[in-house]
Design a protein around this ligand. Structure first.
Ligand code: 9MR
Ligand code: ZN
Length: 565
């Protein structure tokens, strides 16, 4: 794993340079001392920075390496129970992954007995089981009003998959984002995930690492969303959200398939083609089935070069339609992802040519592409990786391609790489002035308008890692600081991950947590949009969702130690 140092931020009105002491928690013995350091002053060049100059100083205790519990004391205040441990990210990683198990639809889930889940993270808080009986076994129905398919209403098997978020709907586009990021986590950080298992979890596919079994649960469901001709249904949900008092196994609302669309279809191509590579060593027959599915849906995309947007007017559940969210290039972005995975899995030049043609559509000169967070960005690297902005999901395999022979256009590879470098270097510059070292600064005060900003922040770990591997630019410490922000190192002094970190949310928009009046550990909430409230009704900022959960898994696995040691 990477050494990301150990730096605390002390909020204080006093000038920096004060003494600090680190003591062993058990007996108060002194372990290290020093003086607090001031964050760098941003240059006074008229540019704005995404943070306020809060009174903040750094305590750098990176030299302390002996595992244990410590207390940090400064004049401004004390912080007790700081954990130093080479394995410090392992329990949170398990916890973050276990969230997917608990979100499984269509099967009974068991209460987990893994000691990492109940001791390290919960620290004695009562654990409610949160497990559920099999749910939504009637999924789902195809009819004219919801699905747009003529004829009598009929049943079609759509059981399985993950409950999306605080609601129990199942959405192809968002499932693809979650599964895709989990598979990228496996691809990039296998040592951390290789032997990671959850005690008490029944395994259906013990030949593969647990993370692959979990991702497969979502992928298998996506295959059920594919029609025989390769078109893919957009979602499977009730007409409207069910009441907040409903547990999964008590939900009797009738659920319908929504019409097919090109985005859902391209999403299936992307994750099935990626899955074909990832599962081949463990289950070749499954990998073949995935590739067949990917190619069948690719043929549909080829026959529909312009976006087909599903008519969702019979539903008031989530839409996950990029264009409604203001991004006219969503369909092109997800096609880029699909083609990139197809090329990487097959080596076929047709996919690559098409991919490179799409990439060339984004034609803003590279010098202007230092990461502007504009959803309409015409840069090749968008700097935003979202369910409605997926081209960076395709940039990752494109830049990291290991195909031989390498058929990529070398100058295009260089241009895309240069744009990624500009983005991550800009982030690192912001981080170097930020009192918490974060690449986006304080997005609680400067309201970056992205729903699910916490997931966005965590997902950038994917771009940092891609830059590290493809360009040799290592900003892992910056990426780590952003993860620490999610766990409570921020000006709110609050974690955004349930039951983890410091002072986490108590009232997430998550039906089981609402019913049990307790929270299931390890779930990331969306974050300020534009502000954050720890209230059930604040669904725009305090809801859990699988796409940002997968991003948390990715960011943690990037730092977790090898799991087999
Ligand atoms: O994360 C989604 C966000 O980008 C959209 O703007 C918003 C409105 O359509 O929906 C969010 O996703 C929600 C989905 O529609 C339904 N399940 C809960 C999701 C997380 O809030
Ligand atoms: Zn269910």
């Amino acid at each position: 794993p990477h050494d990301v140092g150990k730096v605390a931020t002390v909020l204080s009105a006093e000038p920096c340079g004060e003494e600090w002491e680190l003591r062993r928690h058990a007996d108060g013995s002194l372990v290290a001392r020093g003086v607090t350091e001031a964050p760098r002053e941003p240059p006074d060049d008229g540019s704005t920075h995404p943070f306020e100059r809060v009174g903040a100083c750094f305590v750098d205790f990176s030299n302390v390496t002996a595992a244990g519990l410590y207390d940090l004391q400064t004049r401004g205040g004390n912080s007790t129970g700081i954990v130093v441990d080479a394995n410090v990210y392992r329990a949170p990683l398990k916890q973050a992954l276990a969230a997917f198990y608990m979100a499984r639809c269509g099967q009974r889930t068991e209460p987990l007995s893994d000691p990492d889940l109940v001791t390290a993270s919960l620290r004695g808080i009562s654990v409610r089981p949160f497990a559920h009986d099999e749910c939504h076994m009637e999924d789902g129905f195809v009819d004219e009003r919801h699905t747009g398919e003529e004829g009598l209403e009929r049943h079609r098997d759509g059981t399985g998959g993950f409950h999306d978020a605080g609601d129990y709907g199942k959405y192809t586009v968002n499932t693809a984002m979650a599964v895709g990021v989990l598979l990228h986590a496996w691809q990039h950080h296998a040592p951390a995930l290789k032997c990671l298992e959850l005690d008490g979890l029944p395994r259906a596919h013990p030949v593969m690492p647990y993370v692959l079994e979990e991702a497969r649960y979502g992928l298998d469901w996506m295959l059920k969303m594919q029609k025989r001709d390769g078109r893919v249904y957009h979602k499977l949900t009730p007409s409207r959200f069910v009441g907040r008092g409903t547990l999964p196994d008590a939900d009797r609302a009738k659920r319908f398939f929504a019409p097919w669309g090109t985005a859902a279809t391209a999403d299936l191509v992307a994750v099935a083609a990626l899955g074909a590579r990832m599962y081949a060593p463990f289950d070749p027959a499954y990998a073949d089935a995935l590739m067949d599915a990917a190619l069948r849906s690719y043929a549909v995309l080829a026959a529909h070069p312009t976006e087909v947007i599903p008519d969702l007017s019979a539903f008031s559940t989530g839409d996950y339609v990029g264009q409604f969210n203001g991004n006219p290039n969503h369909d092109r972005g997800v096609r880029i992802w699909a083609l990139s995975e197809l090329y990487e899995s097959t080596g076929n030049a047709t996919f690559l040519d098409e991919l490179e043609a799409h990439l060339s559509f984004f034609d803003t000169p590279t010098a202007q592409c230092a990461g502007n967070r504009d959803p309409l960005s015409m840069c090749k690297v968008a700097d935003l990786v979202e369910w409605n902005q997926q081209r960076d999901m395709g940039i990752v395999p494109y830049l990291l391609s290991a195909r031989s022979p390498d058929l990529r256009n070398a100058s295009l590879v260089a241009e895309v790489g240069e744009q990624l470098r500009l983005v991550v270097d800009k982030w690192a510059r912001t981080a170097s002035y930020d009192p918490f070292g974060r690449h986006m600064g304080d997005f609680t005060k400067f309201g970056v308008s992205v729903w699910g900003i916490n997931g966005e922040a965590a997902r950038h770990a994917l771009l940092f890692e891609t830059a590290r591997r493809a360009l040799g630019v290592d900003h892992t410490r910056v990426s780590a600081a952003t993860l620490h922000h999610l766990l409570g190192r921020n000006e709110e002094r609050r974690s955004w991950v349930l039951k983890l970190g410091f002072n986490p949310p108590e009232n997430p928009h998550h039906r089981p947590s609402f019913v049990f009046k307790d929270t299931w550990p390890g779930l990331l909430v969306g974050g300020p949009f534009p502000e954050w409230r720890d209230e059930w009704r604040s669904f725009a900022s305090n809801e859990v969702a699988i796409n940002w959960q997968a991003a948390l898994v990715y960011a943690l696995s990037a730092l977790a130690p090898a799991s087999c040691t």
